[in-house]
Design a protein around this ligand. Structure first.
Ligand SMILES: NC(=O)C1=CN([C@@H]2O[C@H](COP(=O)(O)OP(=O)(O)OC[C@H]3O[C@@H](n4cnc5c(N)ncnc54)[C@H](OP(=O)(O)O)[C@@H]3O)[C@@H](O)[C@H]2O)C=CC1
Ligand SMILES: O=C(O)C1=N[C@H](C(=O)O)C[C@H](O)C1
Length: 242
């Protein structure tokens, strides 16, 4: 597979290594300084683009890929106010777009566990839900995309919770998300239910970026030849061996 990397930072470089180990060819490494190189790539030079850039640049990059007819896997967080427009453009152009706030298998299992736990906790209103996410100090967005997906899973299950807030002070109708930025932490997420007498916590700790990068490459392999808007539920429904 001929892979175009849009965003060549920490994730772009980790994805490059894994893609090459899996036998793929990297046909472009685009960052903020060499965007003009995109114009030199022809329609058939790219089988799949993998977009891990910044909250400010993702939407433009995605529009560009869809315009060029390149299937695109996106992992960038913090741009989702524009998600509906990109999904519409994908359908209108008969393109292929895959998005996940987190590509690691472990986190996607954690998403499921989070929903199951929230469903249980619905019957125990004396427990107060809150979340903490910890990431490296270079992270641009807060809360993390993963934390937002977890909060959405809780809001789906707990009728009293209508929204998330990125602050620690509790509010009756909100899931509070605390965002901590420490050293080089790849990504840690904790969901907590606290009562006067005890606490229940579930936690996912990424040890490196390998899991995110492998998931993104597998998603690109899966996306080639498809049309539509996809996410991890579509991929994991079919793949047990990632
Ligand atoms: N979904 C998932 O599983 C994961 C998602 N992420 C998300 O991926 C994104 C990238 O993370 P990370 O690699 O750590 O960040 P980095 O800051 O290390 O890398 C971002 C890269 O994007 C480049 N960039 C900036 N603007 C543009 C542009 N207009 N076109 C092309 N490239 C551009 C930057 O260039 P320059 O350095 O020159 O500014 C940089 O090379 C973040 O949003 C992060 O939250 C991260 C891990 C997992
Ligand atoms: O910026 C990061 O590093 C990460 N971002 C994603 C997010 O915002 O959830 C995924 C992972 O936690 C690492």
């Amino acid at each position: 597979m001929k892979v175009l990397l849009l965003g060549y930072g920490k994730m772009g470089k980790t994805i490059e290594k894994i893609a090459q180990e899996r036998g793929h060819e990297i046909v472009g490494r685009i960052d903020v300084h060499n965007r003009a190189d995109l114009e030199t790539l022809g329609q058939t030079d790219v089988d799949a683009a993998i977009e891990f850039s910044s909250p400010e640049s993702a939407e433009e990059n995605l529009r560009y890929c869809l315009k060029r007819g390149w299937p695109v896997v996106c992992g960038t967080t913090g741009w989702l106010d524009h998600r509906a427009e990109i999904e519409t453009m994908c359908r209108e152009t008969a393109g292929a777009f895959f998005y996940a706030s987190n590509y690691s298998i472990g986190v996607n299992l954690f998403f499921r566990l989070n929903k199951i736990l929230a469903r249980f906790m619905k019957s125990y209103p004396s427990y107060h839900v809150s979340m903490t996410e910890i990431h490296h100090t270079e992270k641009k967005d807060a809360p993390s995309g993963t934390a937002i997906t977890l909060a959405e899973g809780i809001i789906d299950q707990l009728p009293a919770k209508k929204r998330w807030i990125n602050e620690v002070e509790p509010q009756e109708d909100a899931v509070p998300i605390e965002s901590l930025r420490e050293g080089t932490v790849p990504g840690t997420h904790v969901v907590r239910y606290e009562s006067d007498v005890d606490d229940i916590e579930i936690k996912h700790t990424a040890h490196s970026r390998q899991g995110f990068a492998l998931g993104a490459v597998v998603a690109a392999e899966w996306l080639v030849g498809k049309q539509g808007v996809f996410g991890m539920e579509d991929l994991l429904g079919e793949t047990a061996t990632v």
